[in-house]
Design a protein around this ligand. Structure first.
Ligand code: G3H
Ligand code: 13P
Ligand code: ZN
Length: 306
């Protein structure tokens, strides 16, 4: 089976991206794997610090190992947004394929120092390191109001040379969660191009890439939720960065949550006597599988690459 390093190069050569999907339990993991199996796609299975705490490292590792054995497609275990050396070390020692050290909120020199420390430990064990430079706009930010939040291309070149990180997460206008854009949704492709010119040999990563399907938002709101004005990153923009740019990995968490919650809320509201968890979990797994398969094919151009 091909390793992650193979895919780092292959996807940029052939114009596709790999989905990095967050899982937090058996159901989300199963839904993601079912989707990837249908499209024969490699994928990264991401575990955030919160998810690592929720599942426990040993459980997360065992769930992933079982899925890998069961699904027989290229699956890679990834730590998402590790904030400290200790968390990254924990994931590395657990045998994760790659870790993200997210020191992007620290001053530039501090970010370099911490990232370098993680790289040095990870590379000794053959683990790849993703770092981040720039700030993903938060829910209250108006993306166009503050240009400093975008990744600075010159700093990116200095950062990659100084740290030896394998991949770099860039800030080009996306943000985490279900409320990404107040006005028109827009990615800063000019900034992305400048970063690509500054570090042509570094595969890039896009966070905050959920599209927030309005059908799921409507269902959630209809059945007791209140996600008014939720808005995501348009699939068309994601397709462009996946196929025409050096973005190798695209992160999705929120859309998986929305698929899970929409199907569960609807089922529970329409079946008020049901107390069997498997009934709505089965529906949620299928909805996540459909979502992931659709993204792999239509957004990431990632079909039959496994
Ligand atoms: O990038 C952040 C992910 O969506 C993880 O979220 O920390 O709530 O698990 P979480
Ligand atoms: P979303 O909130 O857009 O799904 O972003 C997920 C992410 O970037 C995980 O690292
Ligand atoms: Zn992220």
């Amino acid at each position: 089976m091909k390793n992650l390093e193979f895919y780092l190069k292959d996807c940029n050569k052939k114009g596709y991206a790999i989905g990095a999907y967050n899982f937090v339990n058996f159901e989300t993991l199963k839904g993601i794997c079912e989707g990837c199996k249908r499209t024969k796609s490699p994928a990264l299975l991401s575990v955030s610090e919160g998810a690592l705490e929720y599942m426990g490292g040993t459980f997360a590792r065992a769930l992933f190992d079982t899925a890998k054995k069961e699904y027989k497609i290229p699956l890679f275990l990834h730590l998402d947004h590790g904030k400290s050396f200790e968390t990254c070390k924990k994931a590395i020692d657990l045998g994760f394929d790659s870790v993200m050290i997210d020191a992007s909120s620290l001053p530039f020199k501090e970010n370099i120092k911490l990232t370098k420390k993680v790289v040095s430990y990870a590379h000794k064990k053959g683990v790849l390191v993703e770092a981040e430079l720039g700030v993903l706009a938060g829910i209250e930010d108006t993306v166009s109001a503050d240009k400093n939040i975008y990744t600075n291309p010159e700093q990116a070149a200095e950062f990659v040379a100084a740290t030896g990180c394998d991949t770099l997460a860039v800030a080009i206008g996306t943000s985490h969660g279900a409320y990404k854009f107040k006005g028109k949704a827009k990615l800063e492709i000019k900034v992305l191009k400048a970063i690509e010119e500054a570090i042509p040999n570094t595969p890039l990563v896009l966070h905050g890439a959920s599209s927030v399907p309005q059908s799921h938002v409507k269902t959630i709101n209809k059945f007791g939720g209140s996600l008014e004005n939720a808005k995501g990153t348009p699939a068309k923009a994601l397709h462009e960065v996946a196929t025409q740019h050096n973005i190798y990995k695209i992160n999705t968490d929120t859309d998986i949550r929305l698929a899970y919650i929409a199907t569960s809320r609807k089922h529970l509201a329409e079946n008020t006597k049901n107390i069997d968890l498997r009934k709505f979990n089965t529906l949620a797994i299928e909805e996540i599988a459909k979502l992931v398969a659709d993204k792999n094919i239509n957004v990431f151009n990632n079909q039959n690459k496994g």
